[in-house]
Write a protein that binds this ligand. Sequence first.
Ligand SMILES: *[C@@H]1O[C@H](CO)[C@@H](O)[C@H](O)[C@H]1NC(C)=O
Ligand SMILES: *[C@@H]1O[C@H](CO)[C@@H](O)[C@H](O)[C@H]1NC(C)=O
Length: 994
Amino acid sequence: MNNHRLMSNNLLLKFLQGFFLLCMRSSLESATTFSSGNESDFLALLDFKSRIVQDPLQIMSSWNNSIHYCNWVGIICNKSNQKVVVLNLEERQLTGTLSPSIGNLTFLTGINLQNNSFHGEIPHEVGNLLHLQDLNLTNNYFGGRIPYNLSHCTELREIRVSYNILIGQIPDQLKSLRKLVFLRLGRNNLTGRIPTWLGNFSALHTVSLALNNFQGSIPNELGHLSNLRMLQLYGNSLSGSIPASLSNASRLQVLDFYGNGLSGTLPENLGSLQNLIRLNFEVNRLGSWKAGDLSFITSLSNCTALKVLGLAQNQFGGEFPSSLANFSTQMKILTLGSNAMHGSIPVEIGNLVNLTLLGLENNHLSGSLPDAMGMLRKLEGLELNGNKFSGLIPSSLGNLTALTSLSMEENEFEGYIPTSLGKCQNLLKLSLNDNKLNGTIPKEVIGLSSLSIYLNMSNNSLTGSLPIEVGKLINLMEFDLSENKLSGELPTSLGSCTSLQHLYLQGNLLEGEIPQSLEHLRGLDDIDLSRNTLSGKLPKFLSKFLAVKHLNLSYNDFEGEIPQEGIFKNATGVSLIGNKKLCGGVQTLHLPTCTDSRPHSSRKFLALKVVMPVICAVIFVICLCCSVVALYKIKRTRKGASKSTFSTDDWKSGVSYSELAKSTNGFSKDNLIGMGSFGSVYKGTLSVDGAIVAVKVLNLEQKGASKSFIDECEALRCIRHRNLLKIISACSSVDHQGNEFKALVFEFMPNGSLDDWVHPINNDQHYESRKLRFIQRLNVAIDVAFALEYLHHHCQPPIVHCDIKPSNVLLDKDMVAHVGDFGLAMFLFEELSNPTKNPTLTVGLKGSIGYIPPEYGMGGQPSTLGDVYSYGILLLEMFIGKRPTNEAFKDCLTICQFAAMSLPEHIMDIVDPFLLSDQEENVDLDRCTLEECLVSVMQIGVSCSITPPNERMPINVVVKKLHAVKNLYDRSKNRNRRETAGRTEHLSLISNHK
Ligand SMILES: *[C@@H]1O[C@H](CO)[C@@H](O)[C@H](O)[C@H]1NC(C)=O
Ligand SMILES: *[C@@H]1O[C@H](CO)[C@@H](O)[C@H](O)[C@H]1NC(C)=O
C-alpha cells in the first residue's frame, strides 16, 4: 500500500518535473524566436516609427518596448511565426517619410497608409516584399517615380496610389504583375502612354488613370480584359479614337473619358456592353459635325442598367436621336449640350421618368417642347438654352417640382410665362431671357423664394408692373429683368431682397422714385436702372453702398444735387448722363453746378441745425475715449501687465515671426495640436504676458491658403460672438529663411475639438473621460447654432461659414463651444458671380466631404442654407456617434436618411449607445423624457439636412427648437431632483423618529 503510494508520489513528481521543463523550454523558445528570428521585424518597425515626424493622435505611443510589436496599433502578425503580415495605419494623421526598412518586413501581404501625410518617395525596398498583395497609399504626398522594382512583387492584387504627386511613366517592368485586380493611379502627375501590356492582366477589375498627363491613344489591347468593370481615363491628354475592341470587355460598367482630346466616332457596338452603368465622353472632340455621328446611340437601348450618358461638349452632328426614348428607364443623367444636333425633342422623352439631369443646351434644336416633359418629375436640372425652340412654354413644366436649375434662355419661346412654374419650389436658378415672351410676370413665379443664384427674364416683351411678391426673393443674388416693357413704380418690397448683388432693370418703362427701402440692399455691386423714366432725387444711401462698383442711372428723369461720397466720388463707376435736371457732384462728371434757390439765411440755419449735433456727438465721443484710455492706463499700472494685452481692436498691429517662433518652441512638434484646412496649429505661450494661445500657421504651398488667410482675417475682423473663436492677433511676415510666413493667433481651447469628443479614439488616454453626456451634447449643439445664427442673421452682410464640421468646433475649459476655421468663409456679396452656364458632371466643391450640401455639387453657390445643411449633419453625427462618411451610410443612404427612417419609433436603436448607458444621466432623466428629447433633436437634424435647400429649417428656428428641448430636459430634471429630495427627507424623518 505504502509502496504503492510512494510510487504514485514519484510518478507525480516526475510528471511535475517534466511539465516544468516543458514550460521552461517553450518560454525559452519564444524568447529566442523573439530576439533572433523576428528581431528584424521589430527593428524595421522602430525605424518606421523614427521617420514619423507628426503624430497628433499619438498612435506611435503604443509602439514601445513594453508591448510586443504584434500588439502595436496597426500591426497584424502571423500567429505561428510572429512575423508582421499587415501594416494598417489608415487615416491616422501621420506625417513623415516611409522608411526603406519596410522592405525588411518580408512577410508583409498588406500595406495601408491611405489618408495620411506621408511625403518623399515610395522606397524601392518595397520591391523586397515578395508576398505583398495589397499596397494602399492613396491620398498622401508621395512624390518621385513609381519604383520599377515593384515588379518583383508578383503577388500584388491591388495598387492604390491615387491622390499623390507621383511623376514619370508607369514603369515597363510592372508588366510582371499579372495578378493585379485594382490599379488606381488617379490624380498624380504621371506622364507617358497607357501601357499596352495592361491588356494581359486578365484579372483586372478597375483601372483608374484619371487626372494625370497621360498621352497617346487608348490601347486596343484593353479590349481583352474580360473582367474589367471600370476604366477611368478622364482628365488626361489622350488622343486618337476610342478602340472598337472595348466592346469585347463585356463586364464593363463604367467608362469615363471626360476631358481628353479624343476624336473620331464612337464604336457602333458599344451597346453590346450589357452591364454599362456610366458612360462619360464629355469634353472631347468626338464626332464630325455631321449626320450619323450619333448612330451608336441606338445600340445603347440594350444597356438596361445605363444611368449616365455624358456626350456634352463634343462635335456630334445630325438629328436628335429619337431612339433615346428607348433607353432604360434607369437613366438619370443625360448630357448632349454644346454639340451640333438639330431636330426636335420627341414626345417619348417622357419615358425616361428617372432623369435628374437633361442637358441639351447650345445645339440647333427646334420645334416646341412636348407636354410630356412634365413627366420627368425627378429632373433637378433642365438645360435647353441656346437652341431654336419655339412655341409656348408648356405649363406641365410646373410638375417638375424637384428642379433646381431651369435654363431656357436664348430660344424663340413665345406667349406667357406659365404661372405653374411657381410650383417649382426648389429652383435656385431660372433663366428665360432672350426669348419672345410677353404678358405680365406671374406673381407665383417672381415670388419663388428658393431662387438664390439668378433669375433672368431679360430681353423679352414682358409688360405690367413688377409684382410686390418680388420681396420674397430674399436669397437671390442676381436679378435681371432688363430690356422688357415693364412699367409702374418699383415696389417697396424690393428692399427685402437683401442678398442681391446684381440688379438689372434697364431698358424698361419704370417710373417714380427709387424707394427708400432699397437702402437695405447693401450687398449690391452692380446696379443698372438706365433707360427708364425714374425721377426724384438720387437717394443718399446709394453713396453708402460700399460694395457697389457700377451704378448706371443714365437716361432717366432724376433731379437735384448729386452726392459726392462713395461711388459718386469716382466718375468711372457711375453713369448719370441723360438726366437733364441733375447738378453738382465731383468735377469729372462735368455736370452744371447747382444754383441755390433757398434764401441764404435759412441755409445757414439749416447748416447749423445739422452741424451742431454732429459736433456735440464728436466731442462726446472724444471725451468718452479719453476717459476709457485713462481708466485703462490706471488699471494697467495698478495691476501690472493685464492678462490680455491684445484688445479686440489692436489685433491688426500683429505679432512678429520671432515672437511666434519663440512662443511655440520654434514650432516644435511637441507643440503641434492639430491640422486645420490650410495649415498646422501650435500651442504657444506669448512672452509678453504669458497668455496661452493657438497659433495657426498657414501652409502657403497649399493652393488657396493665401486667399484663405485674407478671408479669415477679413471674416474675423468684423465679428465678435461668445460662440465664435476669438482671434487675438495675426502675423504676415517672412521667416528666418526669408520665406513668406502667415499665421493667425487665437485664444487657446484647452478641450480641443468636438471631433475629439464625439469620436474618442479607443486607445487614447482620455478615452473613458471623453464621453459627452446628453446635456453636454445639447449645449454644444445650441452653442454652434447660436454662432451660425449670428453669422447668418446678425452680420451685415451675412457670412457663410462653408465648413461646419465637428473638427471646426472647439471647446473651452467650461465646454462652451466656439466655431472656428473661417478659411472658407465668405461674405454673401463677395461670391463668384459667374455661375457656369454649361454645368458639366464635374464641379468644384467647397467644404468637407460628408458635410457639403448637395446643391453645391450641382453648381449651387454657397448660401446660409448650405451651412444649415452641414449643421444638420453635425447634429445627427453628435447624437448618433458616427461620422457621415461611416460605412453604415454607404449604399445610397445618407446619415440624414438613416435618421429619418428611424424616426420616431426606432430612434433609441440608432443613437450613440453611451447616451443610454450613462448612469449619471439616468438619475436626472427618465428614459421616456430622454427618448422624447432625442426624437426632437433628430427631427431638427433631419429638417436641417434635407436636400431641397428652401425646405431646410433656418438657423434661428433651430435655436428656438433646441431651446424647447433644453426646457423639457430641465423640467424633467427638476421634477426628478424634487422627487428624490422628497424621498430623502421622508427617510430622514423616519430615522429621526427611531
Ligand atoms: C534591414 O535589412 C538590411 C539588410 O539586411 C539591414 O542592413 C538593415 O539594417 C535592416 N534595417 C533595420 C532597420 O533593421
Ligand atoms: C486598402 O484600401 C482599400 C479600399 O479602401 C481596401 O479595400 C483594402 O482592404 C485596403 N488595404 C489594406 C491592407 O487594408
